[in-house]
Design a protein around this ligand. Structure first.
Ligand code: NDP
Length: 288
């Protein structure tokens, strides 16, 4: 059986179309829609993430502001800045771009974002509400993985979903979303014994381990849906860098029913989910 590829770029475009429609309504109401990215220091990865957020926001007509704090800023001073943004009615959503300098308590800073402006869904309140089945802005990557699953048309009720990874930003929230969709969920991590025995039981396998090519044919049962969240930069023999996932796609696509490619799978949908969360936050602020 040859797997069908889940086209993340197409899913992302369809989400962006929905966001554009919501923005038209917000514009009619005169409601502000603005994403603010807070950057601390000069980390090149953070700078480049902030640039992609700006481009993504602009692609649907959302205003974007970038606030750069000096590298030596204290955690308390940075928190005070975030709190000012919380109170600013012109700001719909706030992203604290990681990594930040080691002198900053990144966790504390993220917790300072008001839940209604936490468009990345990174605060303990957002994750707690998600676990409790309450309305919240979901972590973007986890929500993107779910969009990829849903695009296959599978009814998750009663299906066995296995998640490899238990980080607060991907593994745990994706498990919570799968559970909320009535899947039976197994969560695996680095201390899981006999990983293939667990993953082979999956109707839906979500992999977020951050290890290039870690999941192969021996981990997957015929017909499984495989969502590869991994984004790993590897250097080819010719010295060029390229992005690969956690799954050996060439092997697994021979037995899975559906699979996300890397790049072009979960990644583009994650960016679109950020915009969707932003539109949702702006609508809620406008009382819609
Ligand atoms: P973390 O490093 O925070 O978590 C990795 C998880 O994988 C941990 O829970 C770890 O277990 C588990 N793990 C590591 N090795 C093994 C193993 N041998 N067997 C089973 N489990 C293992 O990574 P993130 O969750 O932040 O990210 C995961 C991947 O997703 C990365 O490649 C990242 O780049 C990518 N990513 C992609 C995004 C996108 O938009 N597409 C966005 C965010 C992340 P333990 O807890 O025991 O250490």
């Amino acid at each position: 059986m040859a797997a069908k590829f889940i086209d993340g770029r197409r899913i992302a475009e369809s989400i962006r179309d929905g966001v554009r429609r919501e923005l038209e309504e917000l514009q009619r109401l005169g409601a502000p829609v603005c994403l603010v990215t807070v950057l601390i220091g000069e980390d090149s990865a953070s700078q480049s993430y902030a640039q992609s957020q700006a481009r993504a926001a602009e692609s649907v007509g959302i205003a974007h502001r970038r606030i750069e704090l000096r590298p030596g800023v204290s955690t308390d001073a940075a928190i005070a800045d975030v709190r000012r943004l919380n109170l600013d009615p012109a700001v719909s959503g706030i992203v604290v771009q990681l990594p930040v300098p080691a002198t900053i308590d990144a966790f504390a800073l993220q917790q300072a974002i008001a839940p209604e402006k936490d468009v990345e869904g990174v605060s303990a309140t957002s994750l707690g509400r998600l676990l409790l089945g309450r309305d919240c802005l979901s972590p973007c990557t986890a929500a993107a993985a779910m969009e990829c699953v849903r695009s296959t048309g599978v009814d998750l009720a009663g299906k066995h979903a296995v998640v490899v990874g238990r980080s607060g930003i991907v593994g745990k929230p994706v498990a919570a979303l799968l559970l909320a969709a009535n899947a039976t969920v197994t969560q695996c991590h680095s201390r899981t014994i006999s990983l293939p025995t667990q993953t082979q039981r999956a109707d839906v396998l979500v992999v977020a381990a951050g290890r290039a090519g870690f999941i192969g044919r021996e981990h997957v049962s015929p017909g499984a849906i495989v969502i590869d969240v991994g984004t790993n930069s590897v250097t080819s023999d010719d010295g060029k860098h390229r992005l690969v996932g956690d799954v050996r796609t060439d092997e697994v696509c021979e037995i899975a029913s559906w699979i996300t490619p890397v790049p072009g799978g979960v990644g583009p949908v994650t960016v679109a989910m950020l915009l969707a969360n932003l539109a949702r936050a702006a609508k809620a602020a406008a009382g819609r």
